[in-house]
Design a protein around this ligand. Sequence first.
Ligand SMILES: [Zn+2]
Length: 163
Amino acid sequence: MTHPALRDRSCPLCGSRDAAPEVRSRRRAELRTVDELRPFWFGIDKERRFFTYHRCRDCGLLYNRVFFDDAQLGALYGAMPPNMDLVPDAAIVATQRGYFEAVAARTSLTGGYLELGPDVGHVVAEAATHGSFDSFWLFEPNRASMIGCASRPRGARPGSSPT
Ligand SMILES: [Zn+2]
């Protein structure tokens, strides 16, 4: 039985309600309250507990049929510590530089820059240093990350939060 505070969604691609469960964690997230799920949302090194993935029988999309609603997501993201606080800084910088270099090899590094979820801003700092962007658009729902990100590149502005 799904917890009543969680949202039971139609297929986000075709709108069908006909979907079958396909991948689930040993302990199913949809049976818990939002408060019980909060530690799993915040931690990247804890037990894996996730909402069951369903396969839409009409279009084949694999998605989480049961999930948080917009208000719950806003509250969860808004209270989340920066993800990268849990990993050594040198590893983060190297990983983020690799992400930037992979993308940079396929683009001109000009025009507008858009990043969704920049966390504390490692990738956008690389973009500001190595690119010639006219403007930067960063959308970070995690307010704690947004504060650190705002001080990163010259000319980059933090995006607004849904909360
Ligand atoms: Zn569908």
